[in-house]
Design a protein around this ligand. Sequence first.
Ligand SMILES: [Zn+2]
Length: 276
Amino acid sequence: MIGQLIVGGLLSALMGGLGYWRQSLTISGVVGAILVGTLIFGLGGWVWGLLLITFFVSSSWLSHYRQADKQAVAEKFAKGSRRDLGQALANGGLGAILAVVYARYPEPLLFAAFVGAMSTVNADTWATEVGVLSRVPPRLITTGRPVPPGTSGGVTRLGMWASVAGALLIGAMATALMQVQSLFSGQGWSSEVISYPFLAIIGGLSGSLLDSLLGATVQGIYFCRQCDKETESPVHRCGQRTQLVRGQRWLNNDLVNFLASLLGALISASVAWVLG
Ligand SMILES: [Zn+2]
């Protein structure tokens, strides 16, 4: 296990360095990526690690996709396109916890939960990065009222399709990787692994739905007077302290993401349990 943790640490450091160089991560984000990656690779194994990489690579690629078009609305996002420690833990923290438990109790339902958690964060990131390009303005998920692009809890049709695709990618990768693992371990073709895309979509969409609902209701949302803009951060990127306009101060975007991944994990594991 120590050897596997060291290999996991080296691979994560490589990914973290790449993320920093590609301007997807801050220094603290690199630390978070190494922490999360080492635990997931080292304790979950290579299938878990490659699912994390699928999330990491696809979402950082999408965050650079048509970046210039996003600059204007990016103001709204709490921290710009570089992810920090809080975001790394919000997206990968639950996966790391599941890997720690899995090392002690190698229960297949824990892998289903991991697929649900990764599907949620991938679906969410894809929905945000693609949805922001929608030509139709988003509508608040609770009231249906049109809101400016980038508003927490605002949803678009484009964003919803992106979240389905994001979850599906994780599920399809889980099926492919588990099939390869089954073949390599001499167990032949496995028919049990085909349910992962289904688990991923159900879990990922439930998690994303919770993310939008919390974003529209109880998440802390602030207003910067200097820039006349709404933001998710108590200190705006211009440096100005902002004022709380709705929601709870303690419920920030990172905590919302973490709670969403928790629901996604619970739903996917429950469906896997029902399916046997
Ligand atoms: Zn400002």
